[in-house]
Design a protein around this ligand. Structure first.
Ligand code: MF3
Ligand code: CO
Length: 250
């Protein structure tokens, strides 16, 4: 396939898809609280998606069974919403959501503290969110892919956290996963040159402990090997001549 650069009207379509994603994430952020199940969140998302006349990017993707990924505490990504997972005070809940609108895909994720979380958990969330902001700031024409990964890595590693390497961000467009892979690690000045019209989903997954991840028997749920907490933020970002355009920012 190769890398598919997007023109302004295609980026406008991607913006619409990502506004659907942001709308749903905003609703979920408003309602997610201790006592709810992750399955209830999935139902709320599916209902809103229908109202917005959009389709899930996740449901049925390699047989994935839900519209959301809900990853709690030591779950890094791809947690499957369940009726028996009841959110509790102090949990870190990562919600990942993707949608198609008019044939274009949006993809974004946020980690939300449930009730009152420990200072250590809050610090991990803040560092992960900030690492994504720094990666977005590196999305400038002429920079390189390594500048994005390095922005994440150089922010979180000095704080004692680890960057998950087993999963990476991706190009996004008419398909959820396009070239190139967008790792959350790398060397400044190395790798693919970022050009105008490249659209990427950047999604740092940061562990409080070691980087190693283990995928459970369901084939999806990715957990930290050492049981440490993990956080995840994702934005879809267009690289334009005027700098980074965060398509999934409401
Ligand atoms: N944001 C994730 C990704 O880009 C979510 C995919 S979950 C899946 O890979 F269920 F669709 F696989
Ligand atoms: Co993604």
């Amino acid at each position: 396939m190769g890398i598919q650069l997007k023109n302004a009207s295609q980026i406008a379509k991607l913006r619409e898809a990502n506004l659907v994603v942001a709308d749903v994430l905003d609703i979920l952020e408003g309602v997610a609280k201790p006592g709810l199940t992750t399955w209830e969140l999935n139902e709320i998302a599916a209902h809103r998606l229908k109202q917005l006349k959009a389709e899930s990017a996740f449901l049925g993707y390699h047989d994935y069974p839900a519209v959301l990924c809900t990853s709690v505490n030591q779950v890094v990504v791809h947690g499957i919403p369940r009726k028996d997972v009841v959110l509790k005070d102090g949990d870190l809940l990562s919600i990942d959501f993707g949608a198609f609108k008019d044939g274009w895909c949006g993809d974004s994720a946020r980690t939300l503290p449930m009730g009152k979380v420990s200072p250590a958990a809050q610090a991990l969330v803040d560092a992960t969110r900030e690492s994504l902001e720094r990666a977005i700031a590196a999305c400038v024409v002429g920079n390189r892919l390594g500048d994005i990964g390095s922005a994440v890595q150089s922010h979180v590693e000095p704080l004692g956290y680890s960057v998950v390497q087993q999963f990476v961000g991706h190009g996004i467009g008419r398909r959820m996963h396009e070239e190139p892979n967008v790792p959350n690690f790398g060397v400044k000045g190395r790798g693919l040159r970022l050009s105008e019209g490249l659209v990427v989903a950047i999604e740092p997954m940061i562990n409080a402990g070691g980087a190693e991840v283990f995928v459970e028997e369901d084939g999806w749920t990715a957990v930290t090997k050492d049981g440490s907490l993990s956080a995840h933020f994702e934005h879809s970002v267009a690289i334009t001549r005027n700098g980074p355009l965060v398509l999934s920012r409401p």
